[in-house]
Write a protein that binds this ligand. Structure first.
Ligand SMILES: [Zn+2]
Ligand SMILES: [Zn+2]
Length: 236
């Protein structure tokens, strides 16, 4: 099943450079993703092996018979890719769900274009599988949400931010899950609603799911009044 499974040796295997290449094979001959560099030592059964360079850059040793039969097609990187992409369909990354390859097939490679559904709006997008897996691309419907997220981080981390003193400067933190991943923030908070901004229920508490909500200016003013009252009560 796995056609890349039989590569032996690897770049450290002993190679014998002085042997002539077999007939019809020369440096530069291509077998799928592999380009022949030189003759390598025969295997234990006396079969011819070649040193090849894979399209990924890796150098490996492969049996000529396996190259000719198509049994060996790459240094093994194709197999790694295949494992990574096999279960891609319906996976979620970056707020997108992969619905399947755009050509309607079932074979997914790094370069396959996928049809993606946004988890937050009805928009359908197309993205290469490799880009999708990186999870960095976000749907246009999350732009506002992302700008709130970035602002939150700047208030906490950037000393030059005009409001730093009120946030990072007085020890307010962002929970680890949010800091590490914008999409955890979105799945906890949902996309930002028009007319709202990110608000902490307890103004002395951190940025985390339990303490945050999207609130209008009015809701935030009420919250400030209430929490001032609470401070007074507590300090009596
Ligand atoms: Zn490779
Ligand atoms: Zn969207």
């Amino acid at each position: 099943m796995n056609t890349d499974a039989t590569i032996e040796g690897g770049s450290n295997a002993r190679t014998r450079w002085n042997r002539p290449l077999p007939r019809n094979v020369e440096p530069g001959s291509k077998f799928s993703k592999l380009t022949v560099l030189a003759r390598a030592s025969n295997d234990k059964a006396g079969r011819v092996r070649l040193q090849c360079q894979c399209h990924c850059g890796e150098v490996c040793i492969a049996r000529l018979s396996d190259l000719r039969s198509g049994h060996t097609k790459s240094c093994g990187c194709r197999r790694k890719f295949a494992a990574q992409y096999r279960y891609l369909t319906l996976k979620r990354r970056g707020g997108y769900s992969a619905l399947g390859p755009s050509d309607g097939g079932s074979n997914v490679k790094a370069s396959t274009k996928l049809v993606l559904g946004c988890a937050y709006c009805p928009k359908v997008s197309f993205l290469k599988a490799a880009t999708f897996l990186k999870g960095k691309r976000i749907c246009g419907c999350l732009e506002e949400t992302y700008s709130s997220y970035r602002n939150m981080i700047q208030r906490i981390d950037t000393e030059k931010h005009p409001e730093y003193a009120l946030y990072g400067g007085r020890g307010i933190k962002i929970c680890k899950e949010w800091r590490e991943d914008f999409h955890t923030f979105v799945s906890d908070m949902g996309p930002r609603k028009p007319g709202t901004s990110l608000d902490r229920r307890d103004p002395d508490g951190d940025y985390c799911r339990e303490n945050c909500r999207w609130a209008t200016a009015q809701m935030q003013a009420q919250n400030r009044r209430r929490s001032k009252g609470r401070v007074r009560v507590g300090s009596v």
